[in-house]
Design a binder for this molecule. Structure first.
Ligand SMILES: Cc1cc2nc3c(=O)[nH]c(=O)nc-3n(C[C@H](O)[C@H](O)[C@H](O)COP(=O)(O)O)c2cc1C
Length: 490
């Protein structure tokens, strides 16, 4: 299943009992985010909230605000048109392991996957609902501007209003390869924002090439449409892999792309709102502070400036937003889904990996649990080094490796193994790697130390000279006997 607009997703959420409509006016300055934060802290992420009458400086906006739409396991799966994100993970695994079919059934399954891959190719269309209403900010005076959108101020000490769920489209000027990333945008005035692509991200690399060539960088920001787009934008796909292909494959329907009005880029025709413009070489401006994923404010720093040339939208557009802060928040469920979906890719690189988890407390990269089927000495360290060298896993601050019989989805089980199975000096390693720009702990921004713990059972050859004890476990026959009772015998 795919969605033709954000309104379509809202309808689906509502029919599933996953949405609350707030019909009274609520301010876009702090009030919407306070209610959303309370909802996100409820067990299993609460419900999605649709604010029908968001107010900007006391005036009701014509665009409703949708928030927490992907903030639970169920809603995250619904956003991708699935019952569970594992369905997509199995499809990816199948594709990667595909071998010539041996049976008719194998052949049919392969054919079906082939058809899904056909959907990965986008279709180019002349017109799209995202351009039903067009405002050129670079031409005739228009009273429509960024200030007309219900952009939220999330936390009291934020430097202003921030677009928090944007999908940012850029192209590599050398190859023409497209990238979509999710980078927040601080509103400076009606036609200018910050562009918070951090130094390690793909759009920052594109930007650097434009700056070196001395050319303005076209940028398009799409909001809304099928929720597969924000998910694809935040997912850590390798540089060079087009998120639009992934989105089409994931939703089993080709993405329709339409040319932007004022920049040489294409965006999904079914988006709700599109903001177009340019980033100019060398121009930066202080950005922040911003109450961030880390649960702390990120301080002011210089980032590129985005000059808006046009804003287009559907007639009945909905403005999508999220709030980040002390976890768990909506982004935890987005991050968790991306780990589940891309686990087969990790396993392809590291066949010993059984499972992985990035618990909410670790705010994405700060804490990574990995279980492995260990075969040889120091294999846990090999896995750590591999992860530190793999895309955005480079940011992983603490990696804890456990044996395959430990459930990494259960934080307390992992901490138990860490505490009981490690001799800190022998089983840890501290190394240097780039660190997440948002991490406030390193002395120098973007450079940090990273620590790994081998909490697996020690094998002969790993220097452990005593016999490793067995984990205390009940006899399986006795467990089976006890399982037959709901409570106690009799
Ligand atoms: C809600 C949300 C907000 C984000 N904000 C930013 C941001 O402001 N800057 C940034 O560099 N990454 C941000 N990220 C993380 C990136 O979207 C993520 O690293 C993505 O994979 C980057 O895409 P890229 O690899 O194509 O650059 C955010 C993620 C989420 C879920």
């Amino acid at each position: 299943m795919s969605y033709s607009s954000l309104a379509h997703f809202v309808k689906t959420l509502e029919e599933a009992g996953e949405l609350i409509r707030i019909t009274l006016p609520v301010a876009t300055e702090l009030q919407i985010t306070e209610l959303a934060n309370r909802e996100m802290k409820k067990p299993e992420g609460g419900k999605a909230l649709l604010f029908e009458k968001p107010t900007i400086h006391g005036v009701i906006s014509k665009f409703p605000v949708l928030i927490n739409a992907m903030g639970s396991r169920r809603r995250m799966a619904m956003a991708l048109g699935l019952h569970s994100v594992e369905e997509l993970s199995s499809q990816l695994e199948f594709l990667m392991k595909a071998k010539p079919p041996k049976t008719f059934r194998d052949g049919l399954t392969l054919l079906r996957q082939g058809i899904d891959l056909v959907h990965a190719r986008p279709r180019y269309v002349k017109r799209g609902p995202c351009q039903e209403v067009v405002y050129r900010l670079d031409q005739a005076q228009s009273d429509f501007s960024l200030s007309s959108l219900p952009i939220l101020k999330c936390w009291p000490h934020d430097g202003g209003r921030f677009v928090t769920l944007p999908t940012v489209y850029t192209k590599d000027p050398d190859t023409g390869d497209r990238n979509i990333g999710m980078y927040r945008m601080q509103v400076y005035d009606g036609s200018t924002t910050g562009m918070h692509w951090q130094v390690h991200k793909v759009a920052a690399r594109h930007g650097k090439r434009y700056y070196e060539r001395g050319e303005p960088m076209p940028v398009a920001v799409a909001l809304g449409g099928d929720p597969v787009f924000p998910f694809s934008a935040m997912a850590p796909l390798p540089d060079g892999i087009d998120e639009i292909l992934f989105a089409g494959f994931a939703r089993k329907r080709s993405v329709e792309l339409v040319k932007c009005i004022s920049v040489p880029l294409e965006v999904p025709a079914e988006s709700d709102i599109v903001i177009e413009g340019f980033v100019y070489p060398g121009e930066t401006r202080p950005e922040g502070p911003f109450g961030d994923h880390t649960g702390f404010y990120t301080p002011v720093d210089d980032y590129p400036v985005f000059h808006v040339t046009a804003i287009t939208h559907r007639r009945e557009a909905i403005y999508p937003a999220t709030i980040v802060g002390v976890p768990p928040m909506e982004d935890f469920y987005m991050g968790e889904a991306s780990v589940r979906i891309f686990l087969p890719i990790f396993k392809m690189n590291f066949p010993e990996i059984v499972d992985m988890a990035l618990p909410a407390e670790g705010v994405f990269h700060n804490l990574v649990f990995v279980s492995i089927r260990k075969q040889y000495p120091w294999q846990a360290f090999k896995v750590m080094h591999g992860l530190w060298g793999m895309g955005q896993m480079m940011f992983s601050k603490y990696i804890i490796v456990v044996d395959e019989d430990c459930n990494v989805q259960n934080t307390s089980e992992v901490i138990f193994r860490l505490c009981s199975n490690t001799d800190p000096q022998r089983d840890s390693i501290v190394t240097k790697n780039p660190s997440d720009s948002l991490d406030h702990a390193p002395t120098i921004a973007n450079l940090g130390s990273h620590m790994g713990f081998d909490a697996t059972k020690k094998l002969p050859g790993e220097g452990y000279t005593r016999g490793w004890p067995d984990l205390v476990k009940m006899d399986p026959a006795v467990e089976a006997w006890a399982d037959q009772f709901v409570g106690y015998p009799g």
